[in-house]
Design a protein around this ligand. Structure first.
Ligand SMILES: Nc1ncnc2c1ncn2[C@@H]1O[C@H](COP(=O)(O)OP(=O)(O)OP(=O)(O)O)[C@@H](O)[C@H]1O
Ligand SMILES: [Mg+2]
Length: 397
């Protein structure tokens, strides 16, 4: 591993033959030797490369080896490069560079002792390799620490999502239990009442009129149970990507007209009114049953959250789209909540008095987008809401 690190060596001497001789001594396959004939040349090489060590001739015309060393010590990039001075003078010269005591500085004397040169270079190159390898290890450690940190944040995010999912499931269970119990309670009470009348042979409780009313009540309770179950099935179909669309040609205006008529009783019960504006047929290729489901939810919502205000329904075509708009003048929806309400089980707390499962808009949006269309809401709190469904007039792919 250590030997894979290429070491660059700089040798500086004003005599080319000295450079060649020195190069021959220290050259090896895993080393690259750079030669400079002057301090200037050396400086430009120093700025360009990262050297494991520099061997400087002390006596050079112009800038000498000591001066070059001084410059190197003053520069961030080069200040840690070990320097070996080569001088012809005696040992007393050593005192001339006290300033470098702290850095790695060594001396070679001419004539060069081959063994001394080789062993000094070996030591410095090994040191260089070791510190290089250490640096790489530190970097690798730092990298893996960062990766771990990233992983940890991802894990924490996943955990938060899971917790949210569990909370949602718990909420869902309690909402479902509550919603199922309401119609079931109605049915059970009715049954007990009838049992009581039967036990008393009370034929007057079972006249044809009363039977009609009973069957109507039963039917409503059963319908609401079926709707609940259908909605839950739709959610699981959506989750597993099995919500199927069976398109056929039909007139959207006519569908909405029929729906509004069928809603007459509920409109009256809500103390509201409903106007329809639909001129001419608006024909397209959609799943009639599913689109009915979408519009039914919008109408139900407008009555539920419309605070008895009149509801305006419009069907028209524009920009290659068929559009249905349902507008009420009720409690409205804040901008924040406008995004939330299209998610499953999302109900705005202020409107929970008239609680549904909070599935209607979620299912509606999935149905509409499966048709290549969109559903949008325009609203301000206290000013009512306008829901708009847009469906492509051309058959969706
Ligand atoms: N016209 C509206 N005005 C004000 N708030 C609305 C309106 N329509 C929907 N909302 C808000 O959006 C929430 C989600 O609506 P959605 O139709 O998905 O569920 P829901 O009506 O509560 O229950 P479900 O449709 O499953 O019976 C509602 O609970 C209500 O808070
Ligand atoms: Mg609804």
């Amino acid at each position: 591993m250590l030997s894979t690190v290429q070491a660059k060596l700089l040798i500086v001497d004003d005599l080319p033959e000295n450079l060649l001789a020195l190069e021959a001594l220290i050259k090896r396959e895993d080393r690259q030797v750079f030669k400079a004939l002057s301090a200037d040349e050396a400086l430009s090489l120093l700025l360009e490369h990262e050297f494991a060590m520099a061997i400087l001739d002390v006596q050079m015309p112009g800038m000498n080896g000591f001066e070059l060393a001084e410059l190197m010590r003053g520069t961030e990039k080069t200040k840690n490069i070990p320097i070996v001075f080569v001088s012809a003078a005696g040992r007393e010269l050593n005192y001339a560079f006290k300033g470098y005591e702290s850095g790695a500085v060594d001396f070679l004397h001419k004539p060069l002792d081959i063994h001394a040169v080789k062993s000094k270079v070996n030591i410095f190159v090994d040191l260089y390799r070791q510190s290089k390898a250490m640096k790489q290890q530190v970097e690798a450690l730092e990298r893996s620490r960062r990766e771990q940190e990233l992983l940890l944040t991802r894990l924490q995010a996943t955990q938060a999502e899971l917790e949210q999912a569990v909370r949602m499931r718990d909420d869902f269970m309690s909402i479902v239990a509550h919603e199922v119990r309401t119609p079931l309670n109605g049915l059970i009470l009715e049954t007990q009442l009838r049992k009581m009348h039967l036990a008393r042979d009370n034929a007057a409780a079972f006249t044809l009129d009363k039977m009609h009313a009973m069957v109507d009540r039963d039917e409503r309770q059963i319908q609401s149970l079926i709707r609940l179950i259908e909605d839950m099935l739709d959610v699981s179909r959506i989750r597993t990507g099995k919500l199927s669309i069976r398109p056929a040609r039909f007139d959207l205006a006519q569908l909405v007209r029929n729906l509004v008529e069928n809603f007459a009783q509920q409109v009256a019960a809500a103390g509201s009114s409903m106007q329809l504006d639909a001129v001419g047929p608006v024909e397209g290729h959609w799943d009639e049953f599913r689109i009915e489901q979408v519009v039914t939810n919008l109408l139900t919502n407008a009555l539920r959250y419309g605070a008895k205000s009149p509801v305006d329904v419009r069907v028209y075509s524009e920009h290659g789209e068929a559009r249905v708009e349902v507008r009420d003048r009720g409690i409205g929806i804040s901008e924040d909540n406008q995004k939330r309400i299209f998610q499953q089980f999302e109900r705005v707390s202020a409107s929970q008095v008239a609680a549904g499962l909070g599935l209607g808009l979620f299912i509606s949006e999935q149905i509409v987008s499966a048709h290549g269309g969109t559903i949008e809401v325009e609203s301000q709190i206290g000013e009512g809401a306008l829901f708009r469904v847009c469906l492509p007039l051309e058959a969706a792919q």
